[in-house]
Ligand binder design. Structure first.
Ligand code: PEP
Ligand code: MN
Length: 360
């Protein structure tokens, strides 16, 4: 907690509230759109206006951003509302223009963090800058790539750094557009406890209804801020329409969120406890998902056995599994008795599932 306060310095120096709220559209579409959203955000806790000018779209043929023109719109929004501005930069050319138009905070997109070449070029273009730079996690769940980007920026003497957690893509479809994999930002925070950590619930969720819960989890884990995609007419947005919320919904959300502050022993204790409990909730959720996955495989095996007229219970195979798991359990400091109980329960559930399949 102590460390945290110290290296939140650039957030403190810029007099940015805790938690920092960054909001605005996925993409700048028109000057009117940017200005209208910025003015609506004045009635919220957002102090930084986001808008993508150059949009990295996974596949061509979608709206790829208005380009440099949008920088003037952001400048005007800043003049009119007093909000700070931020946009994504993906190469040295973007960096030059963003600096020229006095964008206050730059962010590095997930598709850029995966490329050490690009990161190096951007870090060199920004060498020694005082501007805060926020590095999104790479699209793939690889902590080393994320750390590598942080290190390249530090080596380029860019001190006002932060990271944005926007989730990780998977081939498998889950309830998220990008899996949060909370353990990865938690590991990053353990290595760099002073680096401000911001949640981007919009790109994790890919939809509106789970944004609140994601934000609450982040605040329970002591994140420093939120970056939320916001549009006055979300359904009509030119990119990421499903996940944007209105400025009004944002205001409601931040007033409903429980913000945990780190002050005094009792509060610090409560925060630590809340943080540990949230970590447990994350792992428990993963356990349930894994059980679900395991039972789906059991179902498939059940169908195979049924079609080949084989008995459900295969004692030899079961004893093998149990033996291996007891050994694995020892490595994790789990007692034999615990492993036996857990795996008997799993095995029973698996048999129940297969019986249902047999009856079909
Ligand atoms: C965005 O912020 O609109 C964006 C493109 O994000 P990401 O790099 O996380 O996909
Ligand atoms: Mn977006």
């Amino acid at each position: 907690m102590e460390d945290k306060k110290e290296l939140r310095t650039w957030l403190n120096n810029m007099d940015l509230a805790h938690p920092l709220v960054i909001a605005g559209p996925c993409s700048a579409e028109t000057e009117e759109q940017v200005l209208k959203i910025a003015h609506q955000l004045k009635d919220t806790d957002a102090t930084v206006l986001r808008a993508g000018i150059w949009k990295p779209r996974t596949r061509p043929g979608n709206f790829e951003g208005v380009g440099a023109l949008g920088l003037k719109w952001l400048q005007r929004a800043k003049e009119e509302t007093g909000m700070l501005t931020t946009t994504e930069v993906a190469n040295p050319y973007h960096v030059d223009l963003a600096l020229k138009y006095d964008i206050d905070i730059l962010w590095i997109g997930a598709r850029t963090t995966v490329s050490p070449f690009m990161i190096q070029e951007i870090a060199e273009a920004l060498k020694g800058t005082e501007k805060p730079v926020l590095i999104k996690n790479p699209v793939n769940p690889d902590l080393a790539l994320w750390l590598g980007a942080v290190e390249r920026f530090y080596e380029s003497d860019i001190k006002n750094l932060g990271v944005i957690h926007r989730g990780f893509s998977t081939y498998e479809k889950t309830r998220y557009r990008n899996n949060p994999e909370w353990q990865i930002p938690i590991d990053l925070q353990t290595q760099y406890p002073n680096l401000p950590l911001i949640l981007d619930p919009s790109h994790i969720a890919g939809r509106r209804d789970i944004i609140f819960d994601l934000c609450q989890t982040a605040l329970d884990l002591n994140y420093d801020g939120l970056m939320v995609e916001t549009h006055f007419e979300p359904d009509k947005a030119w990119s990421d329409a499903n996940q944007q919320i209105t400025p009004k919904a944002l205001a409601q959300m931040t007033s409903d969120l429980k913000i945990r502050v780190a002050e005094g022993d009792a509060i610090e204790f409560k925060n630590k406890l809340a943080m540990a409990r949230t970590k447990i909730d994350v792992v428990d959720h993963q356990l349930i998902e894994m059980f679900g996955k395991r039972m789906k495989i059991s179902d498939a095996i059940g169908a195979l056995k049924r079609d080949n007229n084989v008995a459900i219970l295969q004692t030899k195979r079961w004893n093998e599994i149990l033996g291996k798991m007891i050994l694995d359990g020892e490595d994790q400091n789990l007692s034999e008795e615990f492993i036996m109980r857990v795996f008997k329960a799993i095995h029973q559930e698996s048999i129940n599932h297969q019986e249902v399949i047999y009856k079909k």
